[in-house]
Design a protein around this ligand. Sequence first.
Ligand code: NAD
Length: 421
Amino acid sequence: MSDHTLLEDALVRLDDAAAHLNIDADVIEKLKYARETTKVRLMIRMDDGSRKSFLAWRCRYDDTRGPTKGGIRFHPEANIDEVETLAFWMTFKCAVMNLPYGGGKGAVEVDPRQLSKAELERLSRAYIQAFARIIGPDRDIPAPDVYTNSMIMGWMADEYAQIVGQAEPAVITGKPIALGGSLGRGDATARGGYYLVRHLAKDLGLDQTLRVAVQGFGNAGQHIARLLAADGHKIVAVSDTEGAVYSAAGLHVDLLTEAKAQGRSVVSTAGQGGHEALAGDALIGVECDLLVPSALENMIHGKNADTVTAKLVLELANGPVTPTADQILAAKGTVVLPDILANAGGVTVSYFEWVQNRQGFYWSEQEIHDRLQAIMEREGRAIWNVAGEKGVTMRTAAYVHALGRLAEAIEAHGTQSFFTS
Ligand code: NAD
């Protein structure tokens, strides 16, 4: 694990990128701090009649390029450092993809598995009651993140509509299709990463059947396993909070998704279809070509990075590789496709949802896939070229690419030299 806060680690990447660009000092001064972070206590009535309070946050990190955009996480270990860091990453992610957004994020410190469905609905609505003045279709647009889903987004959109007295579907993305959600949003994060790997496979020397290990088997992890398996790649290992399963011949993805749909761990499939149980910690070092961290931050760190055998790491999770692990992987020649590019398919289709809500005209699933693929390939190729030209990692290249766009927008308000000449 790193000794630094998550935000301090994230800012290392900003400094690395700035060293490759001729940008004004104002830009770094602006991007070093979150613009606005609000903390509240949500009080809800529990099913047993008692009242319980939960800490909640919403951060708008930077809005120079447009309204802030970012998911809401429900997690027992959520904290302000994590929220601000996730919002910082969103700022860069939206710039990487050239979406007209800044970066934001929200969270509630809660283990949603301890709540009944009715309590979960009350908590989701309480979040919007607390933050209705901060969010808005032109101000700050939430979306799902870890342990939140489309139904929760639907409750939240409904609560916002009741507060403002009219339907405002563009206030939140990742909604159910019937409530103004977009086709193709469900698997967009994984699909974006999948298009990226497919596009760069030849350049990476990985134009063959891949052995894939997936850490975390939620939205991102399940969809990437399904998409890659459908192309004939072998999913050799997957994990969730309870452990991992392994099969050199390839796991049966349908057995795994069925287990998750029934509320069971992937480990419950051990013994079926050649699946063997494995310690969760061992997944990072499993023999494979492609490792897909799809759980939480800091999963590949100074103590386990050396065990990675994969030639390619696709960061579907946000922040799964610490800066120390980055150096170890780079020295081994492992290529990391960084989170701000690799998992940006989610926010890109969220952007499509927002556009469709605002224009009141909806696209087909194929149109969504085609537009997503075009953007992933365009930005992935541009970052690949920056990495080649500057001789840097894909992560530094992605930050250079995004920082160039952020700097252009910040500098357009005038820099020190403009005001003193
Ligand atoms: P999710 O809640 O659907 O799934 C998370 C999964 O991670 C669960 O299967 C959980 O069991 C597993 N997990 C948690 N801790 C683990 C551990 N220590 N070891 C192994 N597995 C563990 O969440 P999600 O939406 O799939 O998000 C996963 C990651 O992807 C997060 O970092 C999130 O920020 C990122 N992400 C998600 C989206 C999206 O659209 N869903 C978009 C961009 C980034």
